[in-house]
Design a binder for this molecule. Structure first.
Ligand code: ZN
Length: 191
């Protein structure tokens, strides 16, 4: 059994969400959107440097938030460029081969990521680790191109959207994941 599958992630997240909620009140938390008084029953990630922290929104506002969610908000252009450049190389530590004493040739460095040699043989991946994770959420391969991503995204949104299912909202968690993943890919200019 694969305990690392997205299915188990979802189940874990749901359990945690339940246990973290404050003692039940009549209405629960109020939506974090300014001026909105609806119950904030949907969680949305706050973003970079606030991983694991969430806003509580009503359904309308969590949709709005997710549609515009940008993991890189607050990052300077310079940081963003560096991050994207790192993403291309899979956020590996960079070093000049043979020139740096702390590099892979150093006897004190035990190649903690088991990258040595492997990366020299393999071709450079098209996408970095974060983008590849997003591709997996969409059920795509590591090297999916922009056209493929767009087609799959549209197809999934069409299939999972409540409007396409007679108002059935049981697919909302999955739909949110897909929208988030697509936004990540857009921020990496993979789409
Ligand atoms: Zn709201």
């Amino acid at each position: 059994m694969n305990l690392n599958s997205p299915l188990f992630d979802r189940i874990r997240t749901r359990r945690e969400a339940k246990s973290e909620q404050p003692a039940p009140t009549a209405r629960g938390p109020v939506c974090a959107h300014p001026g909105c008084q609806a119950t904030g029953e949907f969680r949305a990630p706050m973003g970079r440097l606030r991983e694991g922290q969430y806003f509580c929104f009503c359904l309308d506002h969590v949709r709005e938030y997710n549609a515009t969610y940008n993991y890189f908000n607050g990052m300077s252009d310079e940081d963003l460029l560096r991050y994207q450049k790192d993403a291309v190389t899979g956020h590996r530590p960079t070093w000049k081969m043979g020139a740096n004493r702390a590099g892979p040739a150093s006897p004190g460095m035990a190649d903690p990521f088991h990258m040595q040699g492997k990366t020299a043989r393999n071709r450079t991946p098209r996408h970095g680790v974060v983008a590849r994770k997003a591709l997996h959420v969409l059920g795509l391969d590591d090297d999916a191109g922009p056209g493929e991503i767009k087609v799959r995204y549209k197809e999934l949104v069409k299939r999972l959207h409540p409007d396409a299912n007679g108002g059935d909202r049981s697919n909302e968690d999955r739909l949110r994941e897909i929208i988030n993943a697509y936004n990540v890919l857009r921020s990496f200019r993979a789409v």
